[in-house]
Each structure stands twice: as C-alpha cells, then as structure tokens.
Design a protein around this ligand. Structure first.
Ligand code: AMP
Length: 219
C-alpha cells in the first residue's frame, strides 16, 4: 500500500483551517475532510442525522464522539481517501484523536499543524465571516459575493453561519479550550505538532505550511 498523507489541521474556529485545507487539498490531491461541513450538509438535507444535530451545531456545542467517529470511518472508507486526507475540525477531543489512531493504525497521522491565533482575532474574523451554503467557499462581509449573496464559484447562496453569532462564538471558544486544546499535547508528545502563526494573510500561512510539509519530506 502507498503511504498516505494524513494531516490534521488544528486551531480555534476562524483560525483559517477551512481556507488552508481547501488549498492544501488541491495542491496535494487529497480530500479535505471537514466534519463541520459534513454535519452542516446533513442539517441542510434535513434527514434524521441532520435533525439530531441541528440544535447542537446552532448552540456551538460538540456532537457526540460516537457519531462523529462513525462519520469519519465512513468517509475514510471512500476510495479518494486512499492517498490520505486533510482533517479539518476532527479530531476535536482526546477520544476522537484515539479513535483516529486506531482507524489509521500504522499509516497514521503524519503531521499536525496548529494554526495559532488569539481569541480576540477569532471573534473579529467569525463575526464578519460569510460562507457559501453550497460549496463552503469563505468570504468576508465586505466581499461583493457576501453583499450580493451569490457565490462566485458555484452560484450558491452566501450566508452567515447560524453559529457565527456572538453567543455561539463565545461558547465555541470555551469548548475549544476545554476539549480541543488538550490535543496540542497529544500530538506534541508524538513529535507531530508544528505551530504556525495563523494571524497572517492566507498566502503567507499557506507558504509556511507547505514549507513544513516539504521539510518533513511528506510530499
Ligand atoms: P466547524 O465547521 O468545524 O467549526 O464545526 C461546526 C460545528 O459542527 C461544531 O461547532 C460542532 O457542533 C460540530 N462539529 C464539527 N466537528 C466536530 C467534531 N469533530 N466533534 C464534535 N462536533 C463537531
């Protein structure tokens, strides 16, 4: 079996994980696996899973480990994940990180990038963030696509996420500190953690990440 490039992108909400993963997925030809996107798609489809998680997402709380782990197992069973994946928003708890280790076994996570950014900056970014409901493209409230409400890439509706409200942002940051920040140590202890300053423009952050991937001989 060929070696898989499994990369975990960690960071607070709004650190730029989605933006960076989209670019990296294209560059390294591996899928961008975002559990948040998967869950939002389920909510939009309004099936049993979507109805189960809708209020949890809106409140900015975490969906159960069991449910998210199951989604990821199913996603990794698809053929395009054979070469690896860029994991965005997963793992988010130690239980999920352990589940990922078991799932990937020997061919595990090769690198964990921690996109570092202050909570003040996160609040500023999330309050002005707009997203395409169809393709997930990310805009700022001042972009023409956000003003017109139409995505330049796919023509989908550009909206403000329900969980980008001030209350929800506060809740999500608390959840990050409590449940997700311990993962930094988890990956540090395994020699896999590299911290990148996320408070820079997307091109600069992208160059920093690809440099690390190159230095580590991963691609
Ligand atoms: P995100 O787009 O990654 O910010 O995720 C949006 C929301 O989906 C989160 O606030 C959670 O409610 C839920 N979610 C996404 N990924 C996970 C995960 N790995 N574990 C639990 N809940 C998640």
């Amino acid at each position: 079996m060929t070696t898989r490039l499994n990369l975990v992108i960690l960071g607070k909400q709004g650190a730029g994980k989605g933006t960076q993963c989209k670019r990296l997925a294209e560059r390294y030809a591996i899928p961008h696996v975002s559990t948040g996107d998967m869950l939002r798609a389920a909510v939009k489809a309004d099936g049993p899973l979507g109805r189960e998680v809708k209020s949890i997402l809106e409140a900015g709380a975490l969906v159960s480990d069991e449910l998210v782990n199951r989604l990821v197992v199913e996603r990794f069973a698809q053929p395009d994940a054979e070469r690896g994946a860029l994991l965005d928003g997963f793992p988010r708890t130690l239980v999920q990180a352990q589940a990922l280790e078991s799932l990937l076994s020997d061919d595990g996570v090769k690198l964990c990038i921690n996109l570092d950014i202050s909570s003040e900056k996160v609040t500023e970014r999330l309050s002005s963030r707009r997203v395409c409901q169809e393709c997930g493209a990310i805009y700022n409230e001042h972009d023409p696509e956000a003003i017109s409400g139409t995505c330049a890439t796919c023509g989908g509706d550009v909206i403000q996420r329900a969980d980008d409200s001030p209350d929800s942002i506060r809740k999500r940051l608390e959840t990050y500190e409590r449940d997700t920040a311990p993962l930094l140590n988890f990956y540090r202890e395994r020699g896999l953690l590299v911290t990148v300053d996320g408070d820079r423009d997307a091109d600069t952050v992208n160059a920093a990440i690809t440099a690390v991937i190159g230095e580590r001989g991963l691609a």
